[in-house]
Design a protein around this ligand. Structure first.
Ligand code: IPM
Ligand code: MG
Length: 369
């Protein structure tokens, strides 16, 4: 069985971290009998430059045909002034929408070696292991109308629409409950049911799915603003947090910082499993974004992207042992004192993107037996 992996490096540090992660893929091919083919396709700003659109049909088609997509990052100041529909981010959003990647898994795990790298006190973050399950194809990101109009008095009026249906909430709730069963068996559902009708529906539907299908899992409801506060007060009270597209975007950046650096956090975006073929659309992506300020300098932390590939091994290819091996290799490198600039601490050894990846490959060699 040869897997097809589509690489979409994109912009900023995307190409650098994807290139280095490609070396990790190569290691698994050589050492773990992992047969795959890769192909690269443009997305985001680079696609706009070369093809005139940030969301080329050819890339979307290739992504649909692939077993998994490994995505770098999109965006940068160069494209800030483009009209909305030509912005690099459209490429990512269209991939999510067209592949129906409704479930975004964002684990925030604090490696022991990094507990002092967080801006929070080490005792608050040591041993942290939470999973944010973010709804990814609905809500205010995609709701219609989404438009800017000019009013009779000449001023402008912009509208985004927050919208959720029962079935959209049910399916993301199920993903969260199922994953909770494999972990700490707790789900916190975050919304704003005190001010938003979508929040009221969200709470009702999550409560119903829980009662009917997952009564063994512990469920709590939390207002999203309070959740943001609780995440910095006592993040370890959480196991799985399920939330909508926009709150998930915000809460996951916050959770990332708990772990020391946003350069550490991987993510998986999954579609529904086809009952007949078992095929499931999937995209794996570091959550850090394009970081234009350090792009092209070989400084980026490749770990979020490498750990995204570990998620790919686990969720798309069922290679749980390989995924664990890769996560242990990252852990080993960190405990040996190697750091990229974003997680640098006194007394540690500072490395660039490629040298950090060298260390991960060495750790894989050391651990593979
Ligand atoms: C993320 C990013 C994206 C989002 C951007 C790049 C469109 O912030 O994946 O969290 O807002 O979803
Ligand atoms: Mg974000």
């Amino acid at each position: 069985m040869t897997y097809k992996i589509l690489l979409t490096p994109g912009d900023g540090i995307g190409p650098e971290v994807i290139e280095q992660t490609g070396r990790v893929l190569g290691w698994f091919a050589q050492n773990r009998n992992f047969a795959f083919e890769t192909e690269s396709a443009p997305i985001g700003g680079i696609a706009y430059e070369t093809l005139g659109t940030p969301e080329p049909d050819s890339t979307i088609e290739k992504a649909k045909a692939a077993d998994a997509v490994l995505f770098g990052a999109v965006g940068g100041p160069k494209w800030d002034k483009l009209p909305f529909h030509q912005k690099p981010e459209r490429g990512l959003l269209r991939l999510r929408k067209d592949l129906e990647l409704f479930a975004n898994l964002r684990p925030a795990l604090c490696f022991d070696a990094l507990k002092d790298a967080s801006s929070l006190k080490p005792e608050i973050v040591a041993g942290l292991d939470i999973l944010i399950v973010r709804e990814l194809t609905g809500g205010v990101y995609f709701g219609e109308p989404k438009e800017t109009t000019t009013l009779p008095d000449g001023q402008k009026r912009a509208v985004d629409t927050q919208v959720y249906t029962t079935s959209e909430i049910e399916r993301i709730a199920r993903v969260a409950f199922e994953l909770a069963r494999l972990r700490g068996n707790k789900v916190a559902s975050a919304e704003k049911s005190n001010v938003m009708v979508t929040g009221v529906l969200w709470r009702e539907v999550v409560t119903k799915v829980h009662a009917e299908e997952f009564p063994d899992v512990q469920l709590s409801h939390v207002l999203a603003d309070n959740c943001a506060m609780q995440l910095v007060r006592n993040p370890k009270q959480y196991d799985v947090i399920v939330t909508d597209n926009l709150f998930g975007d915000v809460l996951s950046d916050e959770a990332a910082q708990l772990t020391g650096s946003i350069g550490m956090l991987p993510s998986a975006s999954l579609g529904a499993k086809d009952p007949a073929s078992g095929k499931q659309a999937a995209l794996y992506e570091p959550i850090h974004g394009s970081a234009p300020d350090i792009a092209g300098q070989g400084l980026a932390n490749p770990i979020a992207c490498i750990l995204s590939f570990a998620m790919c091994l686990r969720y798309s290819f069922g290679r749980v042992e390989d995924a664990t091996l890769l996560e242990r290799a990252v852990d080993k490198v960190l405990s040996e004192g190697f750091r990229t600039a974003d997680i640098m601490q006194p007394g540690m050894t500072k490395l660039g993107t490629a040298a950090m990846t060298d260390r991960v490959l060495m750790a894989l060699d050391a651990l593979k037996a």
